[in-house]
Design a protein around this ligand. Structure first.
Ligand SMILES: N[C@@H](CCC(=O)N[C@@H](CS)C(=O)NCC(=O)O)C(=O)O
Length: 219
Protein backbone atom coordinates (compact mmCIF):
# COMPACT_ATOMS: atom_id res chain seq x y z
CA UNK A 1 0.00 0.00 0.00
CA UNK A 2 1.41 3.40 -1.01
CA UNK A 3 0.01 6.46 0.71
CA UNK A 4 -0.20 9.96 -0.74
CA UNK A 5 1.39 12.54 1.54
CA UNK A 6 0.75 16.24 0.93
CA UNK A 7 3.31 18.41 2.66
CA UNK A 8 5.81 21.17 2.08
CA UNK A 9 9.54 21.27 2.50
CA UNK A 10 10.73 21.98 6.03
CA UNK A 11 7.47 21.68 7.93
CA UNK A 12 8.10 19.72 11.13
CA UNK A 13 4.58 18.31 11.01
CA UNK A 14 5.03 16.68 7.61
CA UNK A 15 8.51 15.44 8.54
CA UNK A 16 6.94 13.45 11.40
CA UNK A 17 4.94 11.44 8.88
CA UNK A 18 8.00 10.73 6.75
CA UNK A 19 9.92 9.54 9.83
CA UNK A 20 7.08 7.29 11.01
CA UNK A 21 6.73 5.81 7.51
CA UNK A 22 10.50 5.27 7.25
CA UNK A 23 10.63 3.42 10.57
CA UNK A 24 7.73 1.23 9.51
CA UNK A 25 8.98 0.60 5.99
CA UNK A 26 5.82 2.13 4.57
CA UNK A 27 5.95 3.72 1.13
CA UNK A 28 4.86 7.32 0.71
CA UNK A 29 4.24 9.17 -2.50
CA UNK A 30 5.15 12.68 -1.37
CA UNK A 31 3.46 15.65 -3.05
CA UNK A 32 5.65 18.66 -2.25
CA UNK A 33 3.21 21.51 -2.44
CA UNK A 34 3.80 25.25 -2.26
CA UNK A 35 3.04 26.94 1.07
CA UNK A 36 0.74 29.46 -0.58
CA UNK A 37 -2.89 30.42 -0.03
CA UNK A 38 -3.67 29.49 -3.66
CA UNK A 39 -2.66 25.90 -2.96
CA UNK A 40 -3.63 25.41 0.68
CA UNK A 41 -6.93 27.25 0.48
CA UNK A 42 -7.96 25.85 -2.91
CA UNK A 43 -11.29 23.95 -2.95
CA UNK A 44 -9.48 20.68 -3.75
CA UNK A 45 -7.10 21.03 -0.81
CA UNK A 46 -9.80 22.26 1.59
CA UNK A 47 -11.83 19.17 0.69
CA UNK A 48 -8.95 17.13 2.18
CA UNK A 49 -8.27 19.43 5.14
CA UNK A 50 -10.80 22.19 5.87
CA UNK A 51 -8.10 23.97 7.92
CA UNK A 52 -5.95 24.35 4.79
CA UNK A 53 -2.80 23.00 6.43
CA UNK A 54 -0.29 20.27 5.78
CA UNK A 55 0.33 17.43 6.33
CA UNK A 56 -2.51 15.45 4.78
CA UNK A 57 -2.28 11.71 4.23
CA UNK A 58 -4.58 10.16 1.66
CA UNK A 59 -5.31 6.54 2.41
CA UNK A 60 -7.58 4.08 0.65
CA UNK A 61 -10.54 5.30 2.64
CA UNK A 62 -9.87 8.79 3.95
CA UNK A 63 -7.95 12.03 3.78
CA UNK A 64 -6.44 12.46 7.21
CA UNK A 65 -4.92 15.60 8.73
CA UNK A 66 -3.17 16.47 12.04
CA UNK A 67 0.24 14.89 12.27
CA UNK A 68 -0.41 13.01 15.54
CA UNK A 69 -3.53 11.43 14.05
CA UNK A 70 -1.60 10.44 10.91
CA UNK A 71 1.23 8.84 12.92
CA UNK A 72 -1.44 7.02 14.97
CA UNK A 73 -3.07 5.77 11.77
CA UNK A 74 0.23 4.48 10.36
CA UNK A 75 0.99 2.75 13.64
CA UNK A 76 -2.42 1.06 13.76
CA UNK A 77 -2.26 0.01 10.10
CA UNK A 78 1.37 -1.17 10.31
CA UNK A 79 1.94 -2.31 13.90
CA UNK A 80 5.63 -3.25 13.62
CA UNK A 81 7.72 -1.80 15.05
CA UNK A 82 5.28 -0.21 17.52
CA UNK A 83 5.61 3.57 17.86
CA UNK A 84 3.16 3.96 20.72
CA UNK A 85 4.71 1.44 23.12
CA UNK A 86 3.87 -2.08 24.16
CA UNK A 87 3.19 -1.90 27.88
CA UNK A 88 0.55 0.24 29.57
CA UNK A 89 3.13 2.55 31.25
CA UNK A 90 5.00 2.99 27.94
CA UNK A 91 1.81 3.91 26.08
CA UNK A 92 0.89 6.43 28.78
CA UNK A 93 4.36 7.99 28.88
CA UNK A 94 4.47 8.33 25.08
CA UNK A 95 1.04 10.04 25.10
CA UNK A 96 2.21 12.28 27.95
CA UNK A 97 5.39 13.28 26.09
CA UNK A 98 3.53 14.02 22.84
CA UNK A 99 1.07 16.16 24.77
CA UNK A 100 3.95 18.09 26.36
CA UNK A 101 5.62 18.61 22.99
CA UNK A 102 2.42 19.87 21.39
CA UNK A 103 1.41 22.16 24.27
CA UNK A 104 4.74 23.63 25.33
CA UNK A 105 7.03 23.50 22.32
CA UNK A 106 5.39 23.06 18.94
CA UNK A 107 3.68 26.42 18.53
CA UNK A 108 6.60 28.29 20.11
CA UNK A 109 9.00 26.77 17.60
CA UNK A 110 6.66 27.69 14.74
CA UNK A 111 6.41 31.31 15.90
CA UNK A 112 10.15 31.51 16.52
CA UNK A 113 11.11 30.06 13.13
CA UNK A 114 8.61 32.23 11.26
CA UNK A 115 9.87 35.37 13.01
CA UNK A 116 13.47 34.53 12.13
CA UNK A 117 12.82 33.51 8.51
CA UNK A 118 10.69 36.59 7.83
CA UNK A 119 13.32 38.71 9.60
CA UNK A 120 10.81 40.09 12.10
CA UNK A 121 12.41 38.81 15.31
CA UNK A 122 14.66 41.82 15.96
CA UNK A 123 11.63 44.16 15.68
CA UNK A 124 10.11 42.34 18.64
CA UNK A 125 13.35 41.61 20.46
CA UNK A 126 11.84 41.21 23.96
CA UNK A 127 9.17 38.83 22.75
CA UNK A 128 11.64 36.69 20.79
CA UNK A 129 14.16 36.69 23.65
CA UNK A 130 11.45 35.34 25.94
CA UNK A 131 10.32 32.83 23.31
CA UNK A 132 13.88 31.57 22.84
CA UNK A 133 14.30 31.20 26.58
CA UNK A 134 11.04 29.20 26.86
CA UNK A 135 12.13 26.95 24.00
CA UNK A 136 15.49 26.38 25.69
CA UNK A 137 13.76 25.47 28.97
CA UNK A 138 11.80 22.81 27.12
CA UNK A 139 14.89 21.52 25.32
CA UNK A 140 16.75 21.40 28.66
CA UNK A 141 14.06 19.08 29.97
CA UNK A 142 14.18 16.73 26.98
CA UNK A 143 17.99 16.86 27.03
CA UNK A 144 17.95 15.71 30.66
CA UNK A 145 15.58 12.85 29.86
CA UNK A 146 17.85 11.77 27.03
CA UNK A 147 20.64 11.47 29.58
CA UNK A 148 18.68 8.64 31.20
CA UNK A 149 17.56 6.67 28.14
CA UNK A 150 18.51 6.50 24.46
CA UNK A 151 15.09 7.79 23.36
CA UNK A 152 12.49 10.00 25.04
CA UNK A 153 10.59 7.02 26.42
CA UNK A 154 12.89 4.05 26.92
CA UNK A 155 15.42 2.35 24.72
CA UNK A 156 13.57 2.30 21.38
CA UNK A 157 12.37 5.04 19.09
CA UNK A 158 8.71 5.96 19.59
CA UNK A 159 6.15 8.44 18.31
CA UNK A 160 7.43 10.89 20.96
CA UNK A 161 10.85 11.06 19.23
CA UNK A 162 9.18 11.33 15.84
CA UNK A 163 7.26 14.35 17.15
CA UNK A 164 10.26 16.10 18.71
CA UNK A 165 13.08 15.56 16.19
CA UNK A 166 11.76 17.82 13.38
CA UNK A 167 11.06 20.62 15.87
CA UNK A 168 14.63 20.50 17.18
CA UNK A 169 15.90 20.61 13.59
CA UNK A 170 13.65 23.63 12.99
CA UNK A 171 15.08 25.46 16.01
CA UNK A 172 18.64 24.71 14.90
CA UNK A 173 18.02 25.89 11.37
CA UNK A 174 16.41 29.11 12.58
CA UNK A 175 19.23 29.56 15.10
CA UNK A 176 21.81 29.58 12.28
CA UNK A 177 20.19 32.52 10.50
CA UNK A 178 21.61 36.01 10.67
CA UNK A 179 18.26 37.28 11.95
CA UNK A 180 18.64 35.13 15.10
CA UNK A 181 22.19 36.22 16.00
CA UNK A 182 21.06 39.02 18.33
CA UNK A 183 19.63 36.29 20.61
CA UNK A 184 23.12 34.87 21.22
CA UNK A 185 21.77 31.31 21.39
CA UNK A 186 24.16 28.67 22.74
CA UNK A 187 23.62 26.59 19.57
CA UNK A 188 24.15 25.38 16.87
CA UNK A 189 25.93 23.03 17.25
CA UNK A 190 23.34 21.40 19.46
CA UNK A 191 25.98 19.50 21.45
CA UNK A 192 27.18 22.79 22.98
CA UNK A 193 24.24 22.88 25.34
CA UNK A 194 22.56 19.51 24.82
CA UNK A 195 25.15 16.74 24.40
CA UNK A 196 22.57 14.03 25.08
CA UNK A 197 20.30 15.46 22.45
CA UNK A 198 23.14 15.56 19.93
CA UNK A 199 23.66 11.81 20.43
CA UNK A 200 19.92 11.18 20.18
CA UNK A 201 19.83 13.06 16.87
CA UNK A 202 22.71 10.96 15.58
CA UNK A 203 20.79 7.81 16.53
CA UNK A 204 17.76 8.96 14.58
CA UNK A 205 19.88 10.09 11.65
CA UNK A 206 21.51 6.66 11.47
CA UNK A 207 18.19 4.97 10.60
CA UNK A 208 18.82 3.48 7.14
CA UNK A 209 17.65 5.85 4.42
CA UNK A 210 17.07 8.70 6.89
CA UNK A 211 18.40 11.16 4.29
CA UNK A 212 15.37 10.44 2.09
CA UNK A 213 13.27 12.35 4.66
CA UNK A 214 15.49 15.45 4.62
CA UNK A 215 13.55 18.53 3.45
CA UNK A 216 14.35 19.01 -0.25
CA UNK A 217 14.65 22.79 0.17
CA UNK A 218 17.33 22.44 2.86
CA UNK A 219 21.07 22.13 2.22
N1 LIG B 1 -1.46 20.60 14.41
C1 LIG B 1 -1.16 20.44 13.02
C2 LIG B 1 -0.31 21.63 12.57
C3 LIG B 1 -0.27 21.73 11.06
C4 LIG B 1 0.36 23.05 10.63
O1 LIG B 1 0.44 24.05 11.36
N2 LIG B 1 0.84 23.06 9.38
C5 LIG B 1 1.51 24.20 8.86
C6 LIG B 1 2.84 23.72 8.28
S1 LIG B 1 4.21 24.40 9.06
C7 LIG B 1 0.71 24.78 7.67
O2 LIG B 1 0.22 24.05 6.86
N3 LIG B 1 0.62 26.12 7.61
C8 LIG B 1 0.03 26.77 6.49
C9 LIG B 1 -1.06 27.74 6.87
O3 LIG B 1 -1.46 27.76 8.04
O4 LIG B 1 -1.50 28.46 5.96
C10 LIG B 1 -0.46 19.10 12.76
O5 LIG B 1 0.08 18.53 13.73
O6 LIG B 1 -0.49 18.59 11.63
Amino acid sequence: MTYELYTFSGTPFGWRIQLAALIKGVELNVHWIQPSAETLKSPDFLAMNPRGKVPVLKTQDLALYESTAIVTYLDAAHPHPPLFGETVPEKALIAQTISEIEWYLSQRVQTFARGVFFDEAADEADHFTELASMIMCELDMYGNRLGKSDYLVGGSITAADVHLYPLVRGVLRAGEKEAAQFLKLPFPPIGNRYPNMAQWMERIESIPNFQSTWPPGWK
